[in-house]
Design a binder for this molecule. Structure first.
Ligand code: HEM
Length: 422
C-alpha cells in the first residue's frame, strides 16, 4: 500500500526565478515525469563517487564549500508547504550563481542532506527506531496526501533517497562524535569478528569498537607487532554493514600510512597509538601522523592512544603528548592504564578522555570527566575462557554453562540486521 502511494506523483510546485521558489522549481525532489528523470540522473551523478564522513566535506565535494550556514537557513523553508523567510531567499541567492539546473541540484542535495542526516544521527545516538523523515507528500486524485515512511525510512520508488549510503556513513560519524559529549560516558565494547559485534549491538550497545588482540589472536597472529593489518581492515569493512557507528583499532597503521588506510574505510572512528612494535614514536612523528590522518578523513573521530602511561613514563609526558596530539587534530585521547582519580581529572581537561574498563562504575568515571570507557581485549579473553570452560564441562560431565541458541546467532548475522535492510 505504502509502495503504491509512493509511486504517485509528487505535488507540483509553481515556477519561480529567484530564491527558494527558484530552487523548488528546479530540483528533483519536486519534479515529475521527464523533468524528474533528467534531474534524478544529474543528482545521482553528482554524488556517485563521493566518499565523505561529514556534511562539511559533502558541501566541498559538491562545489559549495562553507555553505552549510546558508543551507541551514534554506532547509526549514524547502518543502512547498513551509513558509519561506527572507533569510532563506537570500541564502539561495548567495549560492545560486548562474541559476542553472546543476546548481539547483547541488544546493538541493545539501538541503536534503541537512535536516535528515542530523535527525538520523540523533536517532543513532539515542537508539530511537522511528524514521528520521517520518512522512512525505504525494498528489492523489482528491488532493495532497501524507504518506508515512515507517516501513521505508529512505523512501521507495522513483523518489527513493539516492543519498542513502552517503547519509548512513555521515550520520554514523556524526552520532559517534556526539556520543563523546554526553553526561554519562560512552561504554564502548570491543569486538573481534562480525558475530561478536552484531551480538553486542543487539544487546543495546550503540557503537562498537574492535580489539587488536582479539583480531590478531583469532587469526593466530601475535598482537602489537603490526602484523594483523589485513585482518583488521577486512573486519572494519565487514562491520560497515552494522546499523551503528564502528571504530577500528588501527594500532599505528600496520606499516601503512593510516591517512591512506582510513580514507574510504567507512568507519566512524579510528584509534591510532604512539606505541610501536619496539618502543614509542617520538611525539613529533606521532603528531604528524595524526595530522595527516585527520586531513584525509576529517569526519572520522580520531582517538589518539598514548602509550607512555602504562610504560611507566611520568604523567607530565603523557599530558604533553596529549596536548600535541589534540593540536594535531585528535578528537579524543585514550590512555590505557589510567586509574588514579587525580590523573584522570587532569587529562580529562584536555580532550574527551577514553580509559579502559576498571573497578569504577561508568557514573563514577563520568564524574571524573571520562567520556568513553572501552573494554579493550577483555571480551575476547572472556569469550576464550568461556569456550574452554564449556568444553571442559562437556568432557567432565559437569553442567554446561549457558550459550546463545543457534537461531539467535543466525538472526544476528542475517540480512535483517544490516544497515541497508529495509
Ligand atoms: C547525504 C545525505 C542525503 C542526501 C544527499 C539525500 C538526497 C536526497 C535526494 C536528492 C532526494 C530526492 C530524490 C528524488 O526526489 O528523486 C531524497 C529523497 C529522500 N530522502 Fe534523502 N538524502 C540524504 C539523507 C537522507 C536521510 C538521512 C534520510 C532518512 C533517514 C533520507 C530520506 C529520504 C527520503 C524518505 C526521501 C524520499 C522522499 C519522497 O519520496 O518523497 N535522506 N534524498
Amino acid at each position: 500500500m505504502t509502495e503504491e502511494l509512493l509511486s504517485l506523483p509528487v505535488p507540483s510546485v509553481p515556477t519561480g526565478d529567484r530564491g527558494v521558489a527558484w530552487l523548488r522549481a528546479h530540483v528533483v525532489r519536486f519534479s515529475n515525469g521527464a523533468d524528474h528523470a533528467r534531474r534524478r540522473a544529474l543528482t545521482t551523478k553528482l554524488i556517485e563517487n563521493v566518499e565523505v564522513t561529514s556534511l562539511d566535506e559533502l558541501a566541498t565535494a559538491l562545489g559549495l564549500p562553507g555553505s552549510l550556514d546558508d543551507i541551514a537557513q534554506i532547509a526549514p523553508c524547502y518543502q512547498p508547504h513551509e513558509t519561506v523567510t527572507d533569510a532563506a531567499d537570500a541564502a539561495v541567492e548567495r549560492l545560486a550563481g548562474a541559476h542553472d539546473e546543476e546548481t539547483a541540484a547541488r544546493i538541493g542535495l545539501l538541503v536534503q542532506a541537512w535536516a535528515a542526516t542530523h535527525a538520523f544521527a540523533e536517532r543513532l545516538r539515542t537508539g530511537d527506531p522511528s524514521p528520521a523523515v517520518p512522512v512525505t507528500r504525494r498528489a492523489a486524485e482528491h488532493g495532497v496526501i501524507e504518506v508515512r515512511l515507517d516501513a521505508h525510512p529512505f523512501g521507495h520508488g522513483p523518489h527513493a533517497c539516492p543519498g542513502r549510503a552517503l547519509a548512513t556513513r555521515i550520520a554514523k560519524a556524526m552520532a559517534f562524535r556526539a556520543m563523546h559529549a554526553q553526561d554519562e560516558p560512552l561504554v564502548l565494547p570491543n569486538a573481534w569478528d562480525f558475530a561478536s559485534a552484531a551480538a553486542l549491538h543487539a544487546a543495546g550497545f550503540r557503537a562498537i569498537g574492535t580489539t587488536s588482540l582479539g583480531v590478531a589472536a583469532a587469526h593466530g597472529i601475535e598482537d602489537g607487532a603490526g602484523l594483523a593489518g589485513d585482518q583488521a581492515v577486512r573486519l572494519a569493512r565487514l562491520l560497515d554493514d552494522l546499523p551503528c557507528p564502528v571504530t577500528a583499532d588501527l594500532e599505528s597503521g600496520f606499516g601503512q600510512d593510516p591517512a591512506e588506510l582510513v580514507a574510504g574505510l567507512g568507519v566512524a572512528g579510528v584509534n591510532l597509538e604512539d606505541g610501536r612494535p619496539h618502543g614509542l614514536a617520538s611525539p613529533e612523528e606521532q603528531a604528524a601522523l595524526l595530522r595527516r590522518t585527520k586531513d584525509s578523513a576529517p569526519g572520522v573521530f580520531l582517538n589518539a592512544r598514548i602509550d607512555t602511561h602504562w610504560l611507566g613514563v611520568a604523567l607530565g609526558e603523557t599530558e604533553e603528548r596529549a596536548r600535541r596530539y589534540v593540536d594535531a587534530g585528535a578528537d579524543g585521547i585514550f590512555v590505557p592504564g589510567l586509574t588514579e582519580p587525580r590523573d584522570i581529572e587532569r587529562l580529562a581537561r584536555l580532550a574527551p578522555l577514553n580509559v579502559l574498563a576498571q573497578h569504577r562504575t561508568p557514573k563514577e568515571l563520568g564524574d571524573l570527566g571520562v567520556k568513553r570507557i572501552s573494554t579493550g581485549s577483555l571480551l575476547f579473553r572472556a569469550a576464550l575462557r568461556h569456550t574452554v570452560a564449556t568444553a571442559v564441562a562437556v568432557r567432565d560431565g559437569n553442567a554446561v554453562p549457558e550459550a546463545f541458541g543457534y537461531e539467535h546467532v543466525q538472526d544476528l548475522v542475517s540480512r535483517g540486521t544490516r544497515s541497508d535492510a529495509g
